[in-house]
Ligand binder design. Structure first.
Ligand code: ATP
Length: 235
């Protein structure tokens, strides 16, 4: 279980996150929702150690990770699929996937993990020798998700996986995320502007506005919340 408590972080003297708290159980999918500039990516960066928090706690199965290096946090099992995918476009699909196996355990299991990922995304097997930059946007997102899975995550963070993708590809990616939670016990943090899709996949959600968590509840509660309906679902 990941438990984030009272996380404060920002850039220089500008504080962006104010006492952000949330948790995700093993095998659970949570949605982190909010509009442009709300602080979602900053939250991800503070949790993964890409940005050093000013204060707070990031506990994974009882181990305090707040303030640790991004490498230590990766080694602990918090792996993200970054916004914009960040693939090595000149390298092949296979080479990009191989890079996901940074730990000894992941290296040992690489062949099994590749087969597992290819079973979810058969296209990646067909395209394994092709330069990643020549794939479609949806296929590149599949590579980014598969690369993260090859790292054997305990917590998988998907930052805006729907960005610029066709609805059927987004559904495919969210189905994989859901399966990883239900069948593999991975904790999934789904950061999304597409609130409708996110709440259909997640068990619970947190709404961030101006760096604060302003609402939290089950997906059903949030879908029925008047503020969520008005501000995010356009109902
Ligand atoms: P989006 O959905 O558009 O990605 P977001 O909710 O992820 O939005 P963040 O990227 O976390 O939002 O940005 C939160 C605030 O932090 C914004 O006001 C943004 O301008 C600011 N910010 C983000 N990155 C930096 C940076 N490197 N330096 C200074 N300010 C930043």
């Amino acid at each position: 279980m990941l438990e984030v408590k009272n996380l404060n972080a920002g850039y220089g003297h500008v504080q962006i996150l104010r006492n952000i708290s949330f948790s995700v159980d093993d095998g659970e999918v949570i949605a982190v929702l909010g509009s442009n500039g709300a602080g979602k990516t900053t939250t991800v960066r503070a949790v993964t150690g890409m940005l050093k928090p000013k204060s707070g706690s990031v506990m994974l199965n009882g181990q305090e990770l707040c303030g640790k290096s991004s490498r230590a946090i990766l080694d602990a099992g918090i792996i993200q699929v970054p916004e914009g995918r960040q693939l090595f476009t000149e390298m092949t699909v296979y080479e990009n996937l191989e890079l996901g196996a940074f730990s000894d355990a992941a290296k040992t299991k690489l062949a099994d993990s590749l087969n597992f990922c290819y079973s979810y995304f058969p296209k990646l097997k067909e395209r394994s020798e092709q330069a990643a930059g020549t794939l479609s946007g949806g296929e590149q997102q599949m590579v980014a998700v598969a690369r993260a899975l090859i790292g054997l995550p305990k917590v998988l963070i998907l930052d805006e996986p729907s960005l610029g993708l066709a609805p059927n590809i987004v559904d495919e990616i969210l189905t994989v995320a859901h399966d990883m939670a239900v069948n593999q016990g991975v904790s999934i943090i789904l950061v999304e502007q597409d609130v409708n899709k996110a709440l259909k996949t997640a068990n619970r959600g947190y709404v961030i506005e101006n760096g604060h968590v302003v609402l939290t509840g089950t997906s059903r509660e949030l879908q029925n919340n008047e503020h969520v309906k008005r501000a995010y679902l356009g109902i």
